[in-house]
Every structure is written in C-alpha cells, then in structure tokens.
Design a binder for this molecule. Structure first.
Ligand code: ARG
Length: 455
C-alpha cells in the first residue's frame, strides 16, 4: 500500500527504514484511544461544518466497525503503515472508501499521538491508583491484627527502640498514600486535550476543541500548540511517581527478604510465594521480593530514558519522541505487576510474633526508656544517658539484659532507681507509653488506621 504521506516522494521507502521507524509493534496497544479520539474529532468536524454531518456519521460508523474488528482479532496491522494512527486510517479507508480521507482534516499525527497517550495514561493511572488502594487496604487489615505485635525498630540496622508490626506497616501506608496523591496530582496535567495543535502551529479551520475535550472526558484544552505536541512532561511525571512506588516496594521487599532469613526469622513466606533451589533441597527463597527489588531498576531506567530523550529536543515534535512509548509502557506494566503480586505475597505472610518480641527484648531497646525514667526523677537527660550507657556496658559484660539487674546493681549506677523501674522499662510499656500522634502505641496506631481508612 502507498504511504499516506507519499505525494512528495518518487521512490518507495527502503524496507530498512520501514522496519526501523515503524512503531506499530508497540503503539498498537493505543488502538482504542486512537479510534475514540478519531470519533470525537470526526463528530466535531461534522458539527462545525468542516465536513458534512453525513460524512462525519459515515466516518464514526466506520470507526466503530474497525474497533470491533480489531477487538475480535480480525485485523492484521502493517509495518509499512508505520504506526497505529496510519494503520487505523488505512483500514478505515479500505472499509468505507474515500470519505475516510476527510478524517485527518485539521489534524496531525503529532497532536493525535499526544491525545492517544494522554487518554491511555489516564486509564493506567486509575488502575495504578486502584492497585495502590488494594495494597493499602491489605496493610490496614494486617495492622489491625498486629497492634500489639512488638518488634524492634532499627536505625543503622541495629536494634534501636521497640515498635509494633502495625506501626511498621503503617509507615508504608503513609508512603503509598503519598504515591497515590502524586499520581492523582499528575493526572490533572495528563488530562488536557491537545487536538487543535495540528502538526505544531494549530489550524486555520474553525475547530471546537472544547467539544472534543468534553466528549473525551478531558478537564481542559491545551493552551499552546507548540507545547501541546512537543512535551511529554506528563509521562515523565508518571514515571517519576512510578519510580517512587518502586522505591517504596523495593525497601519493603528488602525487609521481607531480611525478615524471612534464619537470622531474623520474623516471618515465613507462604509456599505459593516462594521458590526452591535446583541443587539445595532445603531452600525456600524469597524470589518474588527479590525480583520486585530488582525491577525497581527497570523503572528508574525508563525514567532516565524519557528525561534523556527530551532534554535536547528543539521545539516542536521530533521523531525521537516516538521513543516515549516503550519506556512509559514498561514503567506502568512493571509497577502494576509488582503492586499486584506484592499485595498477594504480603497477605499470605505468616508472622512469627514470639521471635519479633524476643528480638525486641534483646539489644537493650529499652535503654532510652531507662534514661527517661531517670529524667522523670530529675536527672538531666545528658547525665541520665551517661548513667544508662554505663549500666548497658555492665550488662554486656555480665551477659544480662537491663530488666535482669537487681535493685542493688541499679543503685550502684544511680541511687534514684526504685522498684517501679521494672514496670517502666518493660517492652510492652515502652511501646504503650509512646502515645504521641505519630507514635507506635496501640492507641496512636489505632488512630492512624482510622484516619487512613477514612481517606
Ligand atoms: N508514531 C509517531 C510517534 O509515536 C506518531 C507521530 C509521528 N509524527 C511524525 N511527524 N512523524 O511519535
């Protein structure tokens, strides 16, 4: 078939070039948006009298049939037709004849492709938000069950102060909550209708972009034709938000990998979500978590691809921009798949509460609370810190924990220690007393869960 832009050419495109620059192998996934966009465009051309209402009707009907043919797998796309836009137009022309040739009036593939990606990305953002919500709900359900599951909190991966598993899980609810806001904030900038920009300089035809925007559910219309066809910042924003989701998933996965090791032994992954070794019969590996951690790198790579692709481009459209799609598709496919499988894996984890509590009791995680005890007896914090540091040193030497010291031993460090110290530094009290709004006490975390549920 001859090219839709072939008039000015004497020779056929080299096969090498067709193969090289054709994007149909990947942009075919935009077909539905391309066709819906074309229907709205044709309707608008009819309503504004740019083409006749009869012609618009014939085009819209034809496009409906093309859509259903594609959906029933009856259509084979052609590499010579280059991309999804020209493939659809060619198929339409084969189906309804010359009237199809009026569809591209006052439009360019440059504003068309921008429209398609924006419509596509809107839906993908909505799906990603749904997956994030599903994950957050799973986290909230788990947190409700583990308000009293004490575990060590860490800094530098050294035991620091006791927290609860609920509190730890709720940290991720906060992160995924911000990820959600980032996606929805970016969605407002995706949801702008670019048709009317033409190739770069708009059009002399009296279009009605407002009609097309309303028909396709857009929140606004592009305000500058050069910008409308030449920026992909909205795709960068999505991929940046996706990268942060992957950062959060990856950190969580790292913890799941650590926690399921024999050294921690805080959790056991379900058989369905772990894998074995072809050589070592005893192995049960956290491959899913590792693979998600690994896939974070892919999405960061996609972000780098998009930024690098854009950074040197003069206005307006350049063919480099065709490279936006595979990076964007890869980022959103990866992040969606990871969110989905991560949620399922997490929901089936078995928590070894006794091991978590045991670890919280070791490592002097109540040392700060002992210092605070002395502060409440009037000792300045710096002095209390020093006294407790000495007591810890003594315990390490004697192979004891702080709550195993008797009163006499305590009094050798500070005469102010009394019998109530044991209650004061018990691990459960250490958690329960941390009642600040953002703290780990069951009371505070219950509040956090309620606030998150309401959101
Ligand atoms: N396939 C192209 C892309 O993805 C569509 C726009 C082509 N425009 C052009 N002037 N060659 O960017």
């Amino acid at each position: 078939m001859s090219k839709l832009w072939g008039g000015r050419f004497q020779k056929k495109t080299s096969q090498m070039v067709d193969d090289f620059h054709s994007s149909i192998s990947f942009d075919c996934r935009l077909y539905r948006y391309d066709i819906e966009g074309s229907m709205a465009h044709a309707e608008m051309l009819g309503l504004t009298g740019i083409i006749s209402p009869g012609e618009a009707g014939a085009i819209v009907e034809g496009l409906k049939e093309v859509l259903s043919d594609i959906e029933s797998g009856l259509v084979e796309f052609s590499v010579e037709a280059e991309d999804i836009h020209m493939n659809v137009e060619q198929i339409l022309t084969a189906r309804i004849g010359t009237v199809a040739k009026k569809l591209h009036t006052a439009r360019s593939r440059n504003d068309q492709v921008a429209l398609d990606i924006r419509m596509f990305l809107r839906d993908e953002i909505d799906q990603t938000v749904q997956l994030l919500d599903g994950l957050s709900n799973t986290l909230l359900d788990m947190a409700e069950k583990h308000l009293d599951t004490v575990m060590p909190g860490y800094t530098h991966l050294q035991r620091a102060q006791p927290v609860t598993l609920a509190h730890h899980l709720m940290a991720y609810v906060q992160m995924f909550g911000r990820d959600r806001e980032r996606l929805l904030d970016g969605r407002r900038r995706v949801n702008v209708m670019p048709l009317g920009a033409g190739a770069l300089a708009g059009t002399t035809f009296p279009l009605d972009p407002g009609f097309v925007a309303q028909r396709l559910g857009f929140g606004g219309v592009a305000q500058n034709s050069l910008d409308a066809v030449s920026d992909r910042d909205f795709a960068v924003e999505f991929t940046a938000a996706a990268s942060l989701i992957m950062v959060h998933l990856s950190r969580f996965c790292e913890e799941i990998i650590l926690w399921s090791s024999s050294e921690f032994s805080f959790i056991e992954l379900d058989d369905e979500f772990s894998t074995g070794s072809s050589m070592m019969p005893q192995k049960k590996n956290p491959d899913v978590a590792e693979l998600i951690r690994g896939k974070a790198g892919r999405v960061f790579g996609d972000l780098t691809t998009l930024l690098t692709m854009l950074k040197g481009l003069p206005l307006a459209y350049n063919k480099d921009m065709q490279e936006d799609k595979e990076a964007l598709f890869d980022a959103l496919d990866t992040v969606k798949k990871c969110l989905d499988i991560f949620r399922s894996m997490l929901a089936t984890v078995r928590v070894k509460k006794a091991n978590m509590a045991g670890a919280a009791r070791g490592g002097f995680t109540n040392a700060t609370d002992l210092a605070d005890y002395l502060v409440r007896k009037g000792v300045p914090f710096r002095e209390a810190h020093e006294v407790v540091g000495k007591a810890v040193f003594y315990c390490v030497r004697e192979g004891k924990s702080l709550d195993q010291l008797d009163l006499e031993e305590y009094r050798s460090f500070s005469p102010l220690v009394e019998g109530d110290v044991y209650e004061h530094i018990s691990i459960h009290r250490c958690v329960e007393a941390r009642k600040v709004l953002a703290g780990p006490s069951p009371e505070s975390v219950t509040g956090a869960i309620e606030r998150a549920r309401r959101k």
